[in-house]
Design a protein around this ligand. Structure first.
Ligand code: MF3
Ligand code: CO
Length: 250
């Protein structure tokens, strides 16, 4: 959506805050031996207790309130009692909340206990990709500048960018136009407008970029079985710069 009023901005900020807080809460739960089902139930309750609605639940038939994607699962991992976090895993938690008709959507990739330096670097560079991208997000500029910056940062670190899934506009609906690819050329895409709300979400693979949809019909996994990381925030492009609605400072 394009925020046209202070009410729109306040609405997006509150939805983003609850979403960001849910991820901060998620971080406290991540440890070896917890199942992704337990994570889902606890985070779902957290969102409902804040007076918000978990936006993923029943979205296109999705059966849970979070996506929990471990190691080679890129995104859309369905929580399960049989999926147990173990030391050395990386897990991305993706969550969305709706309040007063406004959406927040965000994801973080967390370490489970002690992880390898290779996985730690993948998590760090994926987060950097988001921040490199938004340096180029400004009113009147081509959206492709952001996409190009994300791709360049990932590839210059030896990683690859998932292309089949992209970021998106967000507002009264979780998925709105425009698409926000994490790859492309600076000359591509629409021009960024004042008030534009976007969910920007680099999905970065340690190995090759190729993915497949697993047998449950949701989970997206790397073809080469190597790890993947995801980092997402909902942002608003304002006259005074980019505001990240889902980022909670420590
Ligand atoms: N955060 C995801 C996205 O940006 C949404 C998860 S898909 C759902 O597209 F079905 F689980 F909702
Ligand atoms: Co999203």
């Amino acid at each position: 959506m394009i925020c046209r009023t202070q009410e729109d901005i306040d609405g997006m900020m509150l939805a983003g805050k609850i979403t960001g807080q849910a991820l901060k809460y998620a971080e406290t739960l991540i440890k070896p031996n917890i199942s992704t089902f337990e994570l889902d139930k606890l985070i779902e309750k957290y969102i409902i207790d804040k007076g918000a609605i978990p936006s993923f639940l029943n979205y296109d038939g999705y059966p849970a309130s979070i996506c929990a994607s471990i190691n080679s699962v890129v995104v859309h991992g369905i929580p399960s009692v049989n999926t147990i976090l173990k030391e050395g895993d990386i897990v991305s938690i993706d969550v969305g909340a709706i309040i007063n008709g406004y959406n927040g959507d965000a994801a973080r990739t967390f370490a489970v206990g002690k992880i390898s330096p290779e996985k730690a670097r993948l998590i760090e560079v994926t987060k950097q990709c988001f921040f490199e991208g938004i340096k180029h997000l400004a009113i009147g500029e081509k959206l492709g500048k952001l996409s190009y910056a994300i791709q360049k940062h990932a590839e210059s670190n030896g990683y690859s960018v998932v292309r089949e899934l992209v970021g998106h506009g967000i507002g009264h609906d979780m998925h709105e136009s425009p698409e926000v690819p994490n790859y492309g050329l600076p000359s591509q895409g629409i021009r960024v407008k004042e008030g534009m709300c976007l969910a920007i979400e680099p999905m970065i693979n340690m190995g090759e970029r190729y993915i497949y949809i697993n047998e449950d019909g949701w989970g997206i996994e790397t073809r080469d079985g190597k790890p993947s990381a995801h980092y997402e925030n909902t942002v608003i492009v304002t006259k005074n710069g980019v505001v990240i609605t889902t980022l909670i400072e420590d």
